[in-house]
Structure formats: structure tokens, C-alpha cells
Design a protein around this ligand. Sequence first.
Ligand code: 3HC
Length: 712
Amino acid sequence: MSGPVTYERKENIGVITVNNPPVNALSQAVRSGLSDCLKEGINDPAAEAIIVTGGGRTFMAGADISEFGKPTMSPDLNSVIFEYEDSSKPTIAALHGTPLGGGLEVSMGCHYRVANSKTLLGLPEVKLGILPGAGGTQRLPRLVGPELALDMITSGNPIPASKALKEGLVEEIYENTTHEELIDNAIVFAKNILVNNEHPKSRERSEKISNVSPSLFDNVIKKITPRLRGRKGPLRCIEAVRGAVDLSFEEGIKNERDLFKICHDSEESEALIHSFFSERMANKIPGMDKNTPLRPINKAVVIGCGTMGGGIAMSFVNAGIPVNIIETTNEFLEKGMNIIKNNYSATVSKGRLSQENMDKRMNLLTPTLDWDAIKDADIIIEAVFEEMNIKKEIFTKIDGLAKEGAILASNTSTLDIDEIADATNRPEEVVGTHFFSPANVMRLLEIVRGSRTKVDILATLMALAKKIKKVGIIAGNCDGFVGNRMFHQYIQQAHLLVQEGATPEQVDSVAESWGWAMGPFAVNDLAGNDVGWLIRKRHKAENYYEGKIYASDVADRLCELGRFGQKVGKGFYKYDPKTRKRESDPEVHKIIEDVRREKGVNTREISDDEILSRLHGALINEGTRILEEGHAFRASDIDVCYINGYGFAAHRGGPMWQADKIGVNKVAKEINNHRNADNLSWPESDLMNTLEESNGKLSDFVPDTSNPSKRS
Ligand code: 3HC
């Protein structure tokens, strides 16, 4: 049989293999092939049992997400799974890679499951705003009990094969087998079960769903609610699993279908699916040959062992890449290494890292004062003070020591990569790697291309980002790159809103209720108000504000008083030293009053709607300007940046996605109104005007990215 699913017989066992690279997604052709091949196996008189497996790197990793939103094409996944469960010959799923979502659901329809020991099994649908819709919410609780099922389905996180074996999700696991060995083992397993002539159906199991405490579901709701930020999907997952306990299997399946449809049709799901594909799209560099060879990264050097340098070094060693950290004095080195050690120890004490793994990671870190460590490094990342002259000095020194082919990277968050590159004799090897604080935790990595940066460096860094568990986007070399350039406009509106009559508490609460992880003032306090202060001082020195609004008087005054934020216990708020809980501070309100009085502002009541419109309008306006200048490859890269680096809710899709969803013409009108009220803080965008007229979408705009270094 041709197509993505094939049937063959090995001795007396039929083997069905799905080959739909890269992840064997359950497209219509795969569903249809699974159904046809099962019939072939059942009709094959020499086959006594049937194994189903995935070719290539994984068992089926789920439904084909690109089919979502399109009319359902027969056969639907549920029917195929029932065919495997009702098969007259025993069906066995042989698992490897990542059997996820619909893939795991297929396996749960089979009578038995066996797996390679490295397999990760999960139902990640919630991450796409949906729930397992092919019986997963009904069969998983029957196999592993509702508690673990709830945990897996509401978090979307997979479990390792060893846990699946312990909990009854798989019958046998095989240590580190090749795919061929997995099939050989599955054949032996199949022959053994033939002796019993049993066809155990997950849907008929009831022992694990009897006598479930009624409080279980309420407790899970209570536990996850504070993290939902307005999302509904996880609550619907819980409702579906509750059906497995409270209803018959048939009613539970119907309930699951109804809830699936609600989730599938929701904006939450549309936004999360956009986020999923945007993250993957960000990897694609326009015009780059897919086969461009990547540079090996087997050793890194990080210069500077402060907060950023330490976090960057941790990201590398977490991925098994050895790092030398260079500092100027033993005292700095010791201080930085202690912070890293304490960070890891805290993770160990929370049970999220074993002592053995912590030791392995610490062993990969070599603190040193000797710059010769650079000589055999594949990448050198400078993470020192944000000061151009210091950076230039360091890059000249790196240039004198680094081997040919080494990547010379700066962690600058705003400075001109081309100017830094000019301090070397190999400007084409220089690039920005802008990590976000805390760098060992935050997922975003802005890869900043200078005007001469070689394209294979960009590709290598995108691959490296994935390896060190970051999400990379490529940004042009403008002031603040993508993220901070937009954030500057956003924070400026936040400051203006407070100057005009809002409070930091109101602004933060409106943003957080909408879905932001933290409001703008809370973010400033977390990141350190001194960071923005330093940039404002540089901007002032560079005459950046000429003709532009300056809205940060309150922030400046807080910094003059040393109110740098959480790290010193006070900033826009004061913080409980033990719990870090934020509280309003009358001293800050007095400063706000003083600034308003000195500036002669007639304060007014500001509505929550105006706050959202101005915060988001500022982001969208600047994002549009970045796009039209070619500093981002596509609008969705900007969404990836904001979701992974700035706490924009993934289930809101990102600022550019929001603009398209609301309608750019409508957003443009609101921005024009804000500009009419204050013509200094809303720079014009030709692209916005064009899209307003044509009723176009930002996602359809293809920028000219040939000149990545127009500084603006
Ligand atoms: N459908 C369509 N395409 C998919 C896909 C899916 N389920 N999963 C991955 N892809 C595509 C990606 O878009 C990417 O395409 P590209 O090469 O054009 O960029 C390619 O496969 C490779 O993906 P990754 O770069 O993510 O590869 P990794 O090796 O890093 O990760 C993975 C593999 C862990 C399988 C990861 O892709 C993943 O998590 N996929 C999503 C899994 C998922 O959510 N499954 C549930 C789907 S919903 C469902 O099953 C509903 C059911 O209950 C009815």
C-alpha cells in the first residue's frame, strides 16, 4: 500500500508504520492509512497480532495542527481509534520519541503499549488552547487514575517512559533501543500476549476511576486558577476528566467532544496555535539555504560574571556545553560563582534538580582570570557593563585571541552592534545575543544582526537557542532592537498615564487582569529601575529626546533615592523582605504628586479602557515601525519576542496578532486619537497608514530586510 502508512508482516505479526515526517502528525492521509492498514492486518491470515509504530524520529506526535479550523475530513481520529480498540486481533503500540496528543490517544486505543526507555508521553493539547479530543480525557484516567491524568492534561507536560511504566500507561519499556530493536522487542511481546488471547480495552477499565474523592477536581481547580491569567482551556480539561469519573464512557466521550468544540472555536486556541507556529516560523531566515552548514558550538566563554553573565553561563552548562567565565578580579569571580551555586542549590532543595546533575553542571563551569581561555572557544559572549567604550575595548581584545571561525557575541540590550564590530578586524563574525534577565530562566534570545554579520552565524545561533532551551528571534540593529525599542514606547505611555492621573497600581492591575504576567511598573521593579535610568542618561547624552516626549521624571526621582526595585526592597512599590509581595508605598504617591504639581498637570480620572488602548497602541505602533524598517523578518517574530521575553500572554497571541485580530484600521484610528491628544509621543508609521487605508493585515506584510542596520 502506498501513502504515509504501510503494512508489512514480520513472522506472524503485522507491523503498521506511519511515515509522515517530521513528526508523523495525524493528517487525513495518516488517519486513512491507519484505518486501511489495520483492515489489511486483520485480513492477513498469517498475522496474529498487529503492531503500530512511527517511522523516523517519533511515534505520532498528535493531530495535524495545520488542519485545525478547516472542515473535518473523514475518517475522524476517534473512529480510527475505536477501530484499533475493537480490532479482532490484539493491537500493540510500539512507542518512541514523543507520542503526544492524538498520537498517545491512538496508543491508548490499542490493547497494549510498549516503549523505548527514552520516550516522552503526553497530552499537550492544553498548550494549544484545546483538550484531548480523541478519547484522551476518558482513557488516560482509566489507565493511570484521574489524579495523574489531571496533572498531565492540565499542564500538558509529558511524562518519561519509566513513570508511564510505573503508573500503568505502558506495559514494558526497553533500554535505549534502536527503532529496529524496539520492533523486535514488540514482536516478542506480541507473541507472549497471544498465549492469553486477551484484548484489554482501556475504555472498559474501571478500577482506577472508582471511589475517587469528589474534592479532587475542586482542589485542582483551586490550585491552577491563580496561574490561568484569564485562560479557560485548563478548566475545560478538568470538566472533561470529571466526565470520566461521573459519566459512562459513551457519555464521557460526548462530553469531551462538546468541550473540545468549545475550545477549538475559541480565540484562546487560535492565539495559542498562532504562538506555536510563530515560534517555529521564527527559525526560518529569509533567503537562507536550508542546508547552510552550522558552526559547532562545543565550548563557550562568557565575559563577566554578573547577573547576566552568570545566567548566560548557566543556560549553556544546563545544555551540557562547557563554559569558561572570565572576570577581572577573583573577588568578582567568587561572588558570581557563589550566586550560580546558590541558584542551583535552591533548585535542588525544591526537588527540581538532582544533586548529581547540579554537580555535573558546576563541573562544566570554569571561572578564570586568564583571557587565554578564549583561544579555543567556539563562541565568546561579552556580558559586561552597558557602556560602548568598555565593550569596544573588550572586543578588540577578544579579536586578538579568538580562533578563526569563533562567534564574537555581545549581550548588549541596546548598543550599536556595528560600532562594536568596528573594534575588531572581523566585523562579519560579530553578532548580538541579547538574553533576558534572569538569563537562565527567561526563554527569549534576541539574535541581533549587524550590517555585516554572516548569515551562517544567525542560523547557528538559532539552532543554539533551541539547544539551550531558548526561543530565538532575529532582530535588526536598531536602538533597543525589537523588544526594548517597543518596551520603551510602552513604558513611556505607562509613565504618562500616571503623570496624567492614573496610579502605578491601576495601570499594573489593568495590564495583569488582561493577561500580562506583570504590569509595567512591577516589571520595572523586577528588572531594576537603574537599568532604564542608565539608558535614559545615555539617550539624554545622545540628544535622543530632542523633539520627543520625556515621561520618566517619576522614575528618575525614584532612582535618585536609590529605589531600584525589588533587589533593594523598594521601587514603584515596597516589597516584603520575606515574601517579596508588593505593597503600595505612600512615598511613591507623594513623588508622583510632586512631579504632577511641578509640571502643572491637571489630573483626570483615566479609564481602564484608555490604559489598555495606550499601552497596547504604543507597542503595536512601534512594532509596525520596526517591521516597516525591516528590523524584524515578520510580524509573528515580534509576537514571539513579546510572549517569551516580556510576559505578554501567549493566549492573547502577541501584540501584532492582536492588532490583526482587532483590525489594523481600528487600532490605527485609536492611535490617531492618542496622537491628536499628544503629538510628541506617537511617532507616525507609513505602514500603519497604508494598512488603515487598505484594511490590510500586519501578518501579510513582507518587509525589506536587506539593510538591518538603519539605527532609529
Ligand atoms: N501538526 C502539524 N505540524 C507539526 C506538529 C503537529 N502536531 N508538531 C510539529 N509540527 C511541525 C512544526 O510546525 C515544525 O514544522 P517546520 O519544520 O515547518 O517548522 C516541524 O513539525 C518540527 O517541529 P519542531 O521544530 O517543534 O520539532 P521538535 O523536534 O523540536 O519537537 C515536538 C517535536 C515535541 C513533537 C513538537 O513539535 C511539538 O510539541 N509538537 C506539538 C505536539 C502537539 O501539540 N500535539 C497535540 C496536537 S493536538 C491533538 O493531537 C488533538 C487531539 O487530541 C485530537
